[in-house]
Structure formats: C-alpha cells, structure tokens
Design a protein around this ligand. Structure first.
Ligand code: ME8
Length: 655
C-alpha cells in the first residue's frame, strides 16, 4: 500500500550548451531522493526537463546557423545531449517536460492571460538592465560593479514597452512565508532573500519582452513574448496538467513536496514563484531547497568559465554509481563543494573499495571457503552473544531510523555517514573475531564462525538496502553476491535484524569497487580533461557595443617609463613617472605591484589612456591609466602590461 504521494522536481535546464557534472549534481540528488521515497513506499512523481526559450538560445542558434528549435532539439535529444546524460547517470525521472511542448505553450498563454485579467499583470515601460546569460532583469542599484549580481557578467541596457507582474503587492505575504514557515531551506537562505531582495523593497517584475521572438507569444498582444522565468517556473504545474489536457495529475501530486534548485535561482523559486501562485490562487509548494554549487578550481563549474568536468569521462573510468555516490557523500548538499579528481579517487578508494568492497568480498569469500554454498541453518542464534555481536546488531538495526532522520531533511552526506559508520563497524568486527583463526578448528569453532559470518552478511544487507537510492546498479550486484532476494531488499526489512535467511547462498562475484591507482589515473585524467579545462581563460567578449564617436574620444598614447616606485603602505600600487611626449612628466598609479618589480619597468615604452579625469590614490594623483592585458592561467589571475616596440616614440598616438 502506498504511503501517499511525493512530488519532487529538478530545475529545468537551459539547453544552451551540453550539460556538465555541475548540472548532474542536482539531478543525482533528486534521483537519490526519489528512489529513497519509492523505497519507503511513496507514489513518487519525479519531474525534470528543459527550459528552452529566451534570447540566449535565440543568439546561440543564429550563431550556429540553425533555427532555435533545431538548436534545442539537438542538445536535448541529440547524442550526448540532456536525455543521454540522464540515461548515463541512471536518473529515474517519471516525466520530462520541454517548455517548447505544445501543451505547455498553450497553458502558459492561459496563465498569463489569467494574471492579466485579475489585474496582477499590467502594461508599462521597462527601462533597466538585462543579463542575457541569466535571462534576468536588474535595476541599476542591484548591479554589483555594474555587472550582473548573480553571475558577474556584463549586462545590457534594455528599454521597451512591457508587461509587469505586481510582485510588490505580495511582498508581505512572501516575507511571512519565508520567515515564519519551513518553506525555504536551508534556513540560511532565508536571510539572504529577505535582506537582499525583500527589505530593499520588491519592485514589480517585467514579464514580457519585445526585443526578440524566441519565446511564448502573449496571445492577446502580438509582438510580446512571455518572460522566460514565468514560462519556466510554471513548468512544475503544467507538467501535471495545469491549464492543459495533456496531463491530469494535478490533484494527485500538487502541491510539490520539494523543488531542488541551485542557490543562484533560489530568488526565483522562493519569491517570484510563490507570488505568482498567490496571484493565481493556487496552493504553494511545500518546500524549496537551495543547494550549493559544485566548484572546480574554486569557481562555479560552468561552460562559460571553461572549467567544466565531463561526466562521460568520469563515468567511463570509475562507473556511474561511484560518481553518483561521490557527489552526495563528499559535499554537504546545502553548501558549495570543490570538485577535484583526487577527492573523487580518494572517496572511491576509501569508502567504496576499502570499506564496502572489502566487507562484501571478504565475507562472501569466507562463507564459500569455510561452508561451501551457504551457511548452516540455525546459525543466526548460535552461541552466546559477545559484546561486539550486540554492538554490531544494535548499530545495524538502528541504522534505518538514523538514516531516515537525515534523508527527510535532505542531508545526504550525513545519511551516508551513518551507513559507513556501520560498514566500518562491521570491518572491525571481522578483525575482532578473526574468522581465519576460528576456521583452524572447525569442530570447536565452526558454529561460532557461522554465526559471525551471518552477522556480517546481515549487516551488509541492511547497508545495501539503504545505499540503493545512491548506487542502484551496484547494490543489485551486492545483493546477488550476499544472496539477498527481493523480499529482503525492502524498506521494512532494513529495520529487521535477521531478515536474511540463514541459508541464503552468497557467491563471491566480481569486485564491486576496484581500487584505483591514484597516480596513474590522475595523470590520465589530466590528459583527458585538458581540452575541457583550458589552461588559459579570458573574459567573455562584451555584449554591449560602444558607439564609434565615444570610442574615438579615448586618447591612447605611447609613454616611456622614466621612473617607477612602490607606493608606501600599498601592496598593490606602483607610481610611474612617464614621458608622454609633451615635455612635462606625467604621473600614473597602477595596481600591478603583484606582477612587476618597479626597477624592471624603467626604460620600457607602455600604452596609457591619458584623457581620463585625474584620480587620487593613497594621497597621490594619477593622470591616466596604463593598459594591460588580463587573463587566467590554471585559475590564477595574470596581468601583462602592454609593452611596445622602442621604435615608437613617447607621445605617439594610438589609433
Ligand atoms: O537555471 N553546481 O537552468 P541552468 C551545482 N533554466 N549546480 C549547478 C552547477 C554547478 N556547478 N551549474 C549549474 C536554470 N547548476 C533555469 C532553471 S527552473 C524553473 C529554471 C544548477 O541550466 C543550477 O544551479 O542554468 C540550476 O539549479 C540548474 O543547474 C539548472 O541550471
């Protein structure tokens, strides 16, 4: 009998590039959660999909010389595309939504119209900034150093007639939801939302665009397309049948039990999403969980930063289950984690090869060696229990409750820690009992030996059941090796010590998790990953054009360094005395002390922009700026001054 329903979602992915293991992180977590709930006996709906509209996709398609639909079709359905990746990672989703699906398009048009009809969507004029990669609108005051506060990339000016959603109207209700309920987790994200977005005042949200066409048309006002986030967020309900006939599961599964989302999109899910549902008079999801990022080299793994790790390479080398396990075992779900190949191999070697793999192979080998096909009937209760028997049994039979307590709060790492404590306890139990010593005198110790081995098989079984959501394929193999049939792989049986029949027939099989030669594999990975991880990273090109006349006003000159000194009390600044061809020395300060020794620059000819307004730094005047080139090498920031040919005289104009 079903324990009820459980509806869980991942964000729907932008098919603007191939996905990487950063994307797989959230989906693997969702999959583990969905499998766990199914194991517990819930009727689970696990939704994932793709978010296929927006200016970025339109731009990318045009660069690739195909239509936007052809472009997204290839990334979603094509080789090594989104669906292939989920197959590789063994993702057990129940439904896959594409926002280009007809039913979704129609439903969004109806939803938009309803919010227009109820007065929450109105027409106005949008003037502000837009971040193309994030598909986000920002006001000037929200920018950080003039750039997108989410991703740090340049924004473009946007001004157009547009529809607005009355987000401001829902500010108090949303604040109450965040502050006084468990809606948003982990709790630390609540302060972030309230302080950064609600307290400064929620502004109405621009929810239509006219500057591009690749979106869902507003059917009552041609030329407008629905803002991609309105289109995207409602996927969680259209996929169940909201305002469409393609599905009919809304009553059964809505409200969602939890939306798993990355931390940078918590704002959309915990402020805009509930406000729109309030406007529509619809029930709110029960929870939003904002997980951390998988970083690589200290920065969020993302295609535009060029620091992505290819899941295919890792899965082929180490197996999908090891990769799934690694992501959830190593990093707390709510915080960021830094991916390294070393850490991956270390986790596989320690937890999977040493602890779990050894337990299974040693136990099954000993059963076969000392008893043949199976243990003798009755061995479960033979002998007087030793204190370490009691300890092991207590640890294993109490495990399910401890694991459940962690899983219910999405604490995968802690749940796995509980399981591995028991596995480690079982390995210690082997040493405490020294079965090889007992086996020397089977007449005297045979019964004790059988009992010890039974305890080990039974502990392994319980751990195997609880590891199934994380490593489904490997646990199938584990169960086959310890002789546990489907009746003792259940949630209920995970709490019952002794459920494994004594005469189950364990069979030593292939090594579940072979030990990895760290040095050899690291060297190979380095080679394989090199193309995906460029040694040299440069800033993306500016998205905004500067008009020609403005550019021509900048006066670039060759300048010769007459003197260069460190600036007292400053770690960054160097003070240059320059010949700019006018006959009067020019002083410029430049924050490049990290890269140059002052004496090395004397006599060099550099390039400076000389018509910037004077600035004071550390009490010294700076009249212009030296031009340098910046890039990153293996994640480290590098800077090179533009040093030009000595044949260029000081004062020569660059044009
Ligand atoms: O945000 N580590 O799509 P998306 C962890 N279409 N998670 C990561 C990650 C990393 N390195 N890189 C990406 C969108 N993600 C929207 C969602 S939902 C209505 C619309 C996560 O493809 C990211 O945090 O850019 C996000 O949760 C998910 O991948 C999809 O990102």
């Amino acid at each position: 009998m079903s324990k009820g329903t459980f509806y869980i979602t991942t964000p729907i992915y932008y098919p603007s590039d191939k996905l990487h293991i950063g994307h797989a992180y959230c989906t693997v977590a969702t999959d583990a959660m969905a499998r766990y709930k199914r194991l517990c006996g819930y009727d689970v709906m696990f939704l994932t999909g793709t978010d296929e509209h927006g200016m970025k996709i339109e731009d990318k398609a045009s660069q690739a010389g195909v239509t936007p639909k052809q472009f997204v079709d290839n990334i979603v359905e094509g080789p090594r595309g989104v669906k292939d990746l989920w197959k590789l990672m063994n993702i057990s989703y129940d439904r896959f939504i594409r926002t280009t699906d007809d039913y979704h398009v129609t439903a969004i048009q109806r939803i938009f119209k309803k919010m227009h009809d109820n007065g929450d969507i109105y027409k106005g004029k949008y003037v502000g900034k837009y971040c193309k990669p994030c598909e986000s609108f920002w006001t000037e005051s929200q920018l950080v150093d003039g750039k997108c506060p989410d991703c740090g990339r340049p924004v473009v000016d946007a001004e157009e007639e547009a529809y607005f959603f009355r987000l401001s109207k829902y500010a108090d209700r949303v604040r109450d939801l965040l502050e006084n309920t468990d809606f948003l987790q982990p709790r630390s994200r609540v302060n972030e939302m309230v302080n950064n977005f609600i307290k400064p005042g929620l502004e109405d949200l621009c929810v239509s665009r006219t500057s591009f066409t690749w979106g869902i048309p507003v059917d009552f006002d041609p030329g407008h397309v629905v803002y991609v986030w309105v289109d995207a967020l409602f996927n969680y309900m259209t996929a169940l049948g909201l305002d469409n006939d393609a599905h009919d599961d809304l009553d059964k599964y809505w409200p969602a039990d939890v939306h798993f989302v990355g931390k940078e999109i918590v704002r959309f899910h915990s402020i805009i999403w509930p406000a729109m549902l309030m406007s529509m008079g619809l029930p709110l999801p029960k929870k939003v969980y904002g997980h951390g990022w998988l970083n690589f080299g200290g920065e969020k793994m993302s295609k535009s930063r060029g620091n992505v790790v290819d899941p295919y390479i890792l899965a082929e080398k180490f197996g999908v289950d090891a990769l799934r396990f690694f992501m959830l075992r190593t990093f707390p779900f709510g915080s960021d984690g830094n991916f390294t190949n070393e850490l991956l191999i270390q986790t596989i070697n320690t937890d999977l090869a040493n602890d779990l793999g050894n337990l299974v192979s040693r136990t099954t080998a000993m059963v076969n060696k000392y008893f043949g096909a199976s243990l003798p009937a009755g061995c479960r209760t033979w002998g007087t229990p030793e204190s370490f028997d009691q300890e092991l049994k207590a640890a294993a039979s109490g495990l399910r409750d401890r694991y459940e307590a962690e899983m219910e709060w999405f604490q995968f790492q802690n749940a796995l820690e509980e399981v591995f404590r028991v596995i480690q306890r079982a390995n210690k139990y082997i040493d405490e009992n020294a079965p090889w010593a007992l086996a020397k005198d089977m007449a005297a110790n045979g019964r004790r030996l059988a009992h010890v081995l039974y305890n080990l098989l039974e502990t392994t079984r319980i751990c195997g059941v609880l590891l199934t959501p994380f490593m489904p394929e490997s646990m199938e193999k584990l169960f086959a090796q310890i002789g546990a049939d489907s009746s003792v792989r259940t949630w209920d049986s995970a709490k019952v010590w002794g459920a494994l029949p004594e005469t189950a027939a364990p069979q030593k099989g292939e090594n579940l998790f072979p030990r990895i030669d760290m040095e050899k594999e690291l060297a190979e990975l380095e080679k394989l990953q090199a193309p995906a991880k460029p040694a040299v990273e440069t800033e993306p090109l500016a998205e905004e054009n500067v008009d020609f006349d403005t550019f021509c006003k900048s006066d670039f000159r060759a300048v010769k360094v007459k003197d260069c000194q460190s600036v007292k009390k400053s770690e960054k600044l160097l003070c240059f005395t320059l010949d700019d061809g006018t006959g009067t020395d020019r002083q410029i300060l430049s924050g490049i002390a990290k890269w140059y020794k002052p004496q090395d620059l004397v006599g060099k000819t550099l390039v400076a922009i000389v018509n910037l307004p004077p600035r004071k730094m550390m009490g010294l005047a700076s009249n212009g700026m030296l031009i340098s080139a910046v890039h990153k090498e293996k994640g480290e920031e590098k800077l090179n001054l533009l040093i030009v040919d000595d044949a260029i005289p000081a004062g020569a104009k660059l044009c």
